[in-house]
Unconditional design. Structure first.
Length: 278
């Protein structure tokens, strides 16, 4: 625990720069790579895994790229990256003395992920939290992103070291919370919301994934996880509910085959319209 300054132990000059002086908060912001210029940084977060956070990240990136914006994805899920596989991107990242170059998807989205730095895509990353967090910071400082209108940050689930580093080190302009309809939804969404609130990051809205499936014969909506309570949660938190997405076998197949660049996810049109504009 840091010691409080005392007039008997230090003078004015020795207190300069002390974080406890006048309750000043330390600045953890990391400098962007000098050969990069990024307009908007948007975080995609969730309170738990398996809710389709990467699916939403890639869907929003596709939507903005199709609209003519220069778009990138920073895959901050270091131990469980899925973005490269979804796009069929498997070329090892290369670099020079100035930094590392991101790979580019079929539809022109720049991607940086831990999987592009590993010998094989199934090589595990067995690192402790601080090392994981530092790698994410390097994806900001050492990657030559060039000129981007939007950079989407696909974060790992939870409220641990990596999300904290992203919020403190990157100029995140807003976050989208992704969830699913299970009964735990209110607690999970609220945890993610409160972390963003603690870090003074605006919440753009909530997207519920896996809301239902459509019967292929009669098109009836079947709620396999039961009735959703996300509307109530969004109302209580006073944030917009941006979308309720079904389980879509066609889009899932494109992701599994590495062809996600072909996906036009119309369910998130309202979410894309809510993103900050230039």
């Amino acid at each position: 625990m840091a010691k409080e300054c005392s007039s008997t132990t230090c003078d004015k000059s020795s207190c300069e720069g002390c974080p406890s002086r006048q309750n000043e908060k330390p600045d953890f912001s990391a400098p962007l790579n000098k050969d990069s210029k990024i307009g908007h940084v948007i975080g995609i977060i969730s309170g738990k895994g398996g809710v389709g956070k990467s699916f939403v990240t890639a869907s929003l990136a596709n939507k903005m790229a199709a609209a003519g914006f220069k778009t990138g994805i920073l895959d901050a899920d270091i131990t469980g990256p899925s973005i490269p596989r979804m796009y069929g991107v498997n070329t090892a990242a290369v670099g020079n003395d100035e930094g590392i170059f991101p790979d580019v998807t079929e539809n022109g989205i720049k991607v940086m992920s831990m999987n592009l730095l590993l010998p094989t895509e199934d090589t595990p990353v067995v690192w402790r939290g601080p090392v994981l967090a530092n790698m994410v910071k390097q994806f900001w400082t050492d990657v030559i992103w060039g000129d981007l209108d939007y950079l989407f940050v696909d974060m790992p689930p939870g409220t641990g070291d990596v999300p904290l580093t992203v919020f403190q080190s990157l100029p995140v302009e807003g976050v989208v919370i992704v969830t699913s309809p299970q009964d735990l939804v209110q607690m999970i969404v609220t945890k993610a919301y409160k972390m963003a609130e603690m870090m003074n990051i605006p919440v753009i809205g909530i997207i519920e994934n896996q809301s239902y499936i459509k019967c292929p014969d009669c098109q009836k909506e079947i709620r396999i996880f039961g009735n959703s309570h996300v509307e109530e949660t969004a109302m209580n938190l006073r944030v917009p509910l941006l979308a309720k997405m079904p389980l879509d076998a066609d889009m899932a197949a494109l992701a599994d085959s590495g062809s996600f660049a072909k996906v036009d996810n119309t369910y998130i049109d309202a979410a894309a319209a809510m993103l900050p504009k230039a």
